[in-house]
Design a protein around this ligand. Sequence first.
Ligand code: PLP
Ligand code: TYF
Length: 397
Amino acid sequence: LFSAVTLAPRDPILGLNEQFNADTRPTKVNLGVGVYYDENGKLPLLKCVQAAEAAMAAAPKPRGYLPIDGIAAYDAAVQGLVFGNHEAVAAKRVATVQAIGGTGALKIGADFLKHLGPNAKVLISDPSWENHRALFTQAGFTVETYPYYDAAVGGINVAGMLAALNAAPAGTVVVLHACCHNPTGYDLTDAQWGEVVAVCKAKGLVPFLDMAYQGFGFGIQEDGEAVRQFLAAGLSFFVSTSFSKSFSLYGERVGALSVVCTSAEECTRVLSQLKIMVRTNYSNPPTHGAQVVAQVLTTPELRAMWEGELAGMRERIKAMRGALVAALKAAGVTRDLSFVTAQKGMFSYSGLTAAQMQRLRNDFGVYGVDSGRICVAALNEKNLPAVAAAMAEVIKG
Ligand code: PLP
Ligand code: TYF
C-alpha cells in the first residue's frame, strides 16, 4: 500500500527545532522558530492567562460540544479586537468563526474560497511564511507570488507588488500580512496600504489578511491600520487571527476567521458555508483556549493586564533590536544595520546568506533560518553577547 509513498521534506522552520534539540552544545541559541521567549529565555505564561484559568478552575463547567462557529463571546471579542467599533460589526455583516489557531483559520478560509472560485489563483508575498504556499496548494489552489522584499533596496518593492496585483485577474486571492511581516519584518506604510487597497478594489481581487502578530508592531490599535483601510474602502475580505503569540498560547491553538460581507443577509449565507467547512474538517472547535482568551478580552482588569503584558513583549523585542545593533557595531561590523531597528515584529531579515546562516549554526550553535531570518524575540541579555559575537565573525568572514 505504501511502497510508492515518498519521504516528504521536513518543514524548513520546525525541522530546525529538531536539529536544535539534538545539539548538545550548552551555549546553543534557538533563533529559528517564531516564538517569544522572556528575558530569562523562558516561554512566558501570561499573568492574565493564569488569572483567567484560576477563575475558570474556581467555577468549573462541563465540556459539551461547542457551537460549530465556537464560543459566541469569543467571536464577538475577536471582532472588537480586529474591527474595533466599525459599523460593519454592528450591521452584522462580519462572519467570525473560532478556529484552530491562525493556521486553522487560513485553512477554513482556503477551503471556502476553493468552493467559491475553484479556478482562482492565490498570490502570496515573495517571500512569505512558507506554510501559506503549502496550505493553499493543499486546498487545491495554484499559488504564485507578488514581489515584496527587495534585497537591493533593503525593503519592500512596492512598485513591483502593485504591478503584480494590477496584472492579476479578478477573483485572485491575495494573501497579505496585516502587520509584522513574516519573515522580513518590513510592513507597508499607511499610504502604501492605501495603494494596495485601491488596486484590490479596482481589480476585484479577494484580500485575505493574515493577522498573526497584532500588538507586536506598534500596538493593538495601530496594527489594525490595514484592516481599517479595507473596511473604509467597503471591500469584502478575509481576516485570519492568531492568538498563539499575543497570548503566548501556542499549544492551545486559538484563532479565528472573519469574513467581511456587504450585508447581514449575505453574511448569514457566508457563515452557513464556513460552518460546513468546520463541520467537515473537525466538527467543532475546542473549548479551553478560546474560553481563556474570551475571559481576558471581556473582563476589564484582565484585559488591561493583557495589554500591559503584550506591550511588555513588544517593548522587550524593540530593546533587543537596539542592543543587537549596538553589540554588532561594538564588535566591528561597519555595514549599515539600521534595518534591524526599522523592522517590526518577532523577526529580522538579517541579510546574511544561507552559507553564513549555516556557519552560524555549525560553528557557533546559533540557529536561524537559511533565508537569513532570525527571531529577535528569542534574544535576551544573556544570550545576546554570544549571538552578536558569532554574527560579527560570520559577517566579517
Ligand atoms: N500566519 C503567520 C504569518 C505566522 O507567522 C503564523 C505563525 O505560526 C501563523 C499564521 C500561524 O499561527 P498559529 O500558530 O496560530 O496557527
Ligand atoms: O514562522 C514561524 O517561525 C512561526 C512558527 O510550519 C511556525 O510562524 C513555523 C512553521 C510552521 C508553523 C509555525
